[in-house]
Design a protein around this ligand. Structure first.
Ligand code: GDP
Length: 196
């Protein structure tokens, strides 16, 4: 995918702060520290578009980026915070739920998982909830460079089975180091944006 432009547009804490729903949106979700910011930067060919976080769970707002003047990337706060207070943890729910459940121009949710970890309860809950809402969801297994090709394929099959769900797309193997999976994920994004 050729990137002509990619820019940060705004940070939102409330629906009133979202940009007008004029373009298809691709939302990125995942546990803190999974490599979400790095993946967004890799897709957009920008070193520092989404800020990579030092402290897991630091960014609690929804961030919007405009890509090629034709779609928005939406960076959701990481979930599964181990180190934040309960109060902050609870605030993830309503804000992100409102976005995911109600946003009319949301074309695809990209759920990012670390290829070395099995699916956890909060990942599964997220998937189940998206299914209930009828939202299309693409799993991406990142940090694939940390495993051999054989291990990566085995993990892909295991996580796919754990995720279940009839008709779910095959998880994409991804690495920000080697850029493996970048074109495949872009194809899924373009397809989803076209069919919104
Ligand atoms: P976020 O909290 O989900 O946004 O995670 P970050 O993008 O900040 O990444 C967390 C850590 O994982 C950083 O140290 C990254 O350098 C590292 N990382 C992210 N993607 C990859 C990848 O594809 N391969 C490897 N080896 N490390 C990665």
């Amino acid at each position: 995918m050729k990137i002509r432009s990619a820019e940060f547009v705004k940070t939102a804490l409330l629906p009133a702060h979202y940009p007008p729903p004029q373009f298809p949106e691709i939302a990125f979700a995942g546990r803190s520290n999974v490599g979400k910011s790095t993946l967004i930067n890799t897709l957009a060919n920008r070193g520092n578009l989404a800020k990579t976080s030092r402290m897991p769970g630091r960014t609690q707002a929804i961030n919007f980026f405009w890509v090629n003047e034709e779609l928005f990337f939406v960076d959701l706060p990481g979930y599964g915070f181990a180190r934040v207070p309960e109060k902050v943890r609870q605030s993830w729910g309503p804000m992100v739920e409102a976005y995911l459940a109600g946003r009319e121009n949301l074309a695809l949710i990209v759920l990012i998982l670390d290829i070395r970890r099995e699916l956890r309860d909060d990942d599964r809950n997220f998937l189940l909830w998206m299914e209930e809402k009828g939202r299309p969801c693409q799993l991406v297994l990142t940090k694939a460079d940390k495993l051999s090709r054989r291990q990566a394929l085995a993990s892909q099959r295991l996580i796919e089975a754990q995720a279940g769900g009839a008709g779910r797309r095959e998880p994409i193997l991804f690495s920000s180091r080697t850029r493996q999976g970048r074109e495949l994920l872009w194809r899924a994004i373009e397809e989803a944006a076209r069919t919104l």
